[in-house]
Write a protein that binds this ligand. Structure first.
Ligand code: ASP
Length: 328
């Protein structure tokens, strides 16, 4: 039987990080070349052929348009290449959820696309990188892995891009899914899917944009005033995502300033600074009157990505933006 061929796109992150000491505290994310990781993976006896393509060697805190464009183009080419069974992206964990959602919104759902990372650098005692990579290979090679959109594989769990978020700064078990938990559990030798593919044969939901508009996240805090809203408008933001208190709340003066922005055709999305839970329309804030959108299950980082993609695709009216958040 021929082994599945998996394209591995390297971007850096802690999975490619080196501390120079097995027990030291500091390290540099993205210091190791993708080829070093693939050499180590070759010794694991995986049932797949891994083909590497370096995209970047950065900490994912520096991830942005150039890397995303390169990733999207490489994934799209691989989706159309019958020799490739699946795609793995090695990625820093800090912004894995943003890259995962951006690609999920703009790629067809046919082949598995899997982001893997690590919470401990490659040379640290107890490093999780190779384990996550081996698990990612199992997911990307699995005939059941397609039709589920982009996934993040960390800590023996598989998360859908729409659900996943980093929930801890340093634990190995740092990722959570909301509103769904993991969609599968995985080890290098076994996968248990918890349901059928939810996006079988779905085309890309949105076109890949020419650029992404400036959208800022504004975190609400007790006692704040409306000046930060004015500052964001002053630098030309086309959209503002409120990381509000509780169910997307903010002081009255801030909501008034945001309502004025919405009246001036700036898209305003209310999400929550709280870790988990829905932000629904018209609960404590009158979204209908203010022209706001409720982020529903998306946290601020992913709400910003979705809003950028919508604005870039010409969807900016509150009803259209709300429908996209509702239908995610
Ligand atoms: N700052 C690192 C990154 O996101 C953290 C990690 O990979 O875990 O690239």
């Amino acid at each position: 039987m021929t082994r599945p061929r998996i394209l591995v796109l390297g971007t850096g992150g802690t999975i490619a990080g080196s501390a120079g000491s097995a027990t030291g505290g500091g390290y540099r994310a993205g210091g190791l070349a993708l080829s070093a990781m693939l050499d180590a993976a070759a010794k694991l006896g995986l049932e797949a052929e891994l083909v590497g393509e370096p995209i970047a060697q950065i900490g994912s805190q520096d991830m942005g348009w150039d890397q995303w464009s390169a990733l999207h183009a490489a994934c799209l080419a691989a989706c159309g290449d019958p020799a490739i069974s699946g795609i793995i992206i090695t990625h820093g964990t800090d912004t894995a959820e943003e890259t995962a959602l951006l690609l999920d919104l703009t790629l067809p759902a046919g082949k598995p696309v899997v982001l893997v990372g690590a919470m401990r650098p490659a040379d640290a005692v107890g490093s999780d990188g190779l384990r996550n990579l081996a698990n990612g290979v199992a997911v990307a090679s699995d005939p059941q892995g397609g039709g589920r959109g982009v996934m993040v594989v960390m800590g023996d769990a598989v998360f859908a891009a729409v659900d996943v978020r980093k929930a801890a700064t340093a634990n190995i078990d740092a990722f959570r899914g909301f509103p769904r938990g993991p969609i599968a559990r995985v080890t290098p030798s076994q996968i248990t899917w918890f349901g059928p593919p939810h996006r079988a044969d779905a085309p890309a939901a949105y076109a890949w944009p020419q650029s992404l508009p400036r959208v800022a996240i504004l975190t609400a805090g007790a006692g704040m005033d409306e000046k930060p809203v004015e500052a964001l408008l002053g630098i030309g933001c086309k959209g503002i995502v409120l990381a509000g208190m509780g169910q997307g709340n903010a002081p009255g003066c801030v909501l008034d300033a945001l309502a004025a922005a919405a009246k001036a055709d700036i898209a305003v999305v209310r999400s929550s600074r709280v870790d988990e839970g829905m932000v629904e329309r018209n609960v404590e804030v009158d979204d209908d009157a203010h022209g706001f959108v409720a982020a529903r299950a998306l946290g601020p980082a992913k709400a910003r990505i979705l809003l950028q993609v919508l604005l870039a695709n010409g969807i900016s009216d509150p009803a259209g933006v709300q429908a996209a958040f509702d239908n995610l």
